[in-house]
Design a protein around this ligand. Structure first.
Ligand code: NAD
Ligand code: G6P
Ligand code: MN
Length: 443
């Protein structure tokens, strides 16, 4: 048992994922001991609903853990070792517009992909930078484990604008997919596999999966994926809705394009754009599904806990797949050298790709952060797609920094989801109109 106990700040305390993260932290108390949890959000009312329930939960399970919640950075950030950040600037109301505006023009409407993801990126950059600056002021030694989306754009922005910040950007999609791999292979735990993977966030491919003895597991996986995509029978609270099932199923067609690799589910938005648009309901998108599903479920579970005064048999769900956040914090805290997929500066890890691009690749993680593993040269198909996509992400960061309408127009035009500059401009003008409170002024 380790002696040291850690203090955690969860930024975006009012998030639908906060209860799951807290439950998951509590489940790992033995290997990652905690002395303090603080929630921070800029929406006091939303956060309080979640916080009051979490307070009861903690009091029942670990009364010795100090708990508080605040909207004041001067309270949230001093005395913290890890800031786990999952903010959504503009909340679901803006996500709904991100999804519905492109769809109006028969273009993919998605949280992190295409014009919707670009609009969200333009909102998130400022929010995440603000938190980095609070940390610099109040907790200069703390690490920020950031999963605020769109993680690819946020990562490009933070490396460019705050290159010395101790921030690691992470995503749970590969973990969710690797859990499917494990169940396809009949393994108990995804950690029984060793994976090689490269790409950008929500834009990557597995190239090798072996067991601990080095035996190749790809043939067995491919035989399954060819017919079924990643659909398996395991229950995953986050990915249980019909739209996610469709995404897991559609992998089959994405896989067919390159049977040498296994793709990230998000590639469907770039490689099956027409299918995605055709199968979208322009009046009821994923944002609606989440507002009527996860958001309602989490907030009504919180309300019930507060009304009953107990969290026993409560409706909060442990985000099992989110245990990678504890793995990451532990790896840094105890120098475990765990191998994890993270979003880091390429710096030659993908030999034939931009050295300053933020890529998602396996890293060995220790006290001083991630050490990327070399993934060698990548094939022309993936290289072409990634060069296009990383250029979109870089243009968004430049548009945000310079307040450039032109660059944002170029970014949207360059997205593989968008058919022309003309359509890009219409989408941009609509998005700009509704995003004025959140985006920098564009000239
Ligand atoms: P949510 O709207 O329920 O929660 C987000 C919270 O952030 C809200 O309470 C909001 O008030 C708060 N917030 C907004 N701007 C803020 C700011 N500037 N400072 C502090 N707090 C702020 O959203 P959700 O669906 O629970 O998702 C939360 C975030 O986590 C999103 O960005 C989502 O995309 C991301 N996410 C990422 C991954 C990943 O793989 N990287 C996985 C799951 C969720
Ligand atoms: C996946 C992705 C995340 C995304 C999450 C929730 O796990 O990796 O980046 O935010 O799904 O998506 P949802 O549509 O359920 O809010
Ligand atoms: Mn993700």
């Amino acid at each position: 048992m380790n002696e040291k106990k850690f203090s955690i700040t969860i930024a975006g305390g009012g998030s639908t994922f906060t209860p799951g993260i807290i439950l998951m932290l509590l489940d790992h108390m033995e290997t990652f001991p905690i002395r303090r949890i603080k929630l921070y959000d800029n929406d006091a009312e939303r956060q309080e609903k979640i916080a009051k329930a979490c307070e009861i939960l903690l009091r029942e399970r670990f009364p010795e853990v100090q708990f508080s919640y605040t909207t004041d950075p001067a309270e949230a950030f001093p005395d913290t070792d890890f800031v786990m950040a999952h903010i959504r600037v503009g909340k679901y109301a803006m996500r709904e517009l991100d999804e519905k505006i492109p769809l109006k023009y028969d273009v993919v409407g998605q949280e992190t992909c295409g014009p919707g993801g670009i609009a969200y990126g333009m909102r998130s950059i400022g929010g995440v930078i603000e938190i980095i600056d609070y940390m610099e002021k109040y907790a200069p030694n703390a690490w920020m484990l950031n999963y605020s989306n769109p993680a690819a754009i946020v990562a490009e922005a933070t490396t460019r604008l705050r290159p010395n910040a101790k921030i690691i950007n992470i995503c749970d999609m590969p973990i969710g997919i690797e859990r499917s791999f494990a169940s396809i292979l009949g393994l108990k735990d995804r950690k029984e596999m060793i994976c090689r993977y490269y790409g950008l966030n929500h834009f990557g491919w597995w190239t090798s999966i072996t067991d601990k003895e080095g035996n190749d597991l790809m043939p067995q996986l491919k035989a399954y994926v060819k017919d079924n995509g990643y659909v398996v029978n395991t229950v995953d609270f986050q990915h249980k809705d019909p739209s996610w099932k469709d995404t897991y199923q559609k992998v089959k067609d994405v896989y067919a394009l390159d049977p040498d690799t296994l793709p990230n589910t998000y590639l469907k938005y770039y490689l099956c754009q027409d299918y995605v648009v055709k199968h979208s309901d322009k009046n009821y998108t994923r944002a609606n599904e989440v507002m009527n599903g996860r958001e309602k479920e989490v907030f009504s579970a919180a309300k019930e806990i507060v009304e009953k005064g107990t969290a026993e048999n409560c409706g909060f769900h442990v985000d099992n797949h989110a245990s990678f956040i504890v793995d990451l914090a532990r790896a840094i805290a105890f120098n475990t050298g765990e191998r994890m997929l993270l979003i880091v500066r390429n710096d030659g890890a993908i030999a034939n790709f931009d050295s300053d691009a933020m890529v998602e690749i396996p890293c060995i993680v220790g006290k001083n952060g991630p050490e990327p593993l070399s993934m060698g040269n990548i094939p022309t198909f993936q290289k072409g797609l990634m060069e296009q996509q990383v250029s979109v992400e870089k243009l968004v960061v430049e548009a945000w920094t310079e307040g450039s309408y032109q660059k944002l127009w170029q970014a949207i035009t360059l997205s593989k989801t968008v058919p022309s500059g003309e359509v890009a401009k219409k989408i941009l003008d609509d998005l700009y109109e509704v995003n004025k409170p959140y985006w920098p002024e564009l000239k």
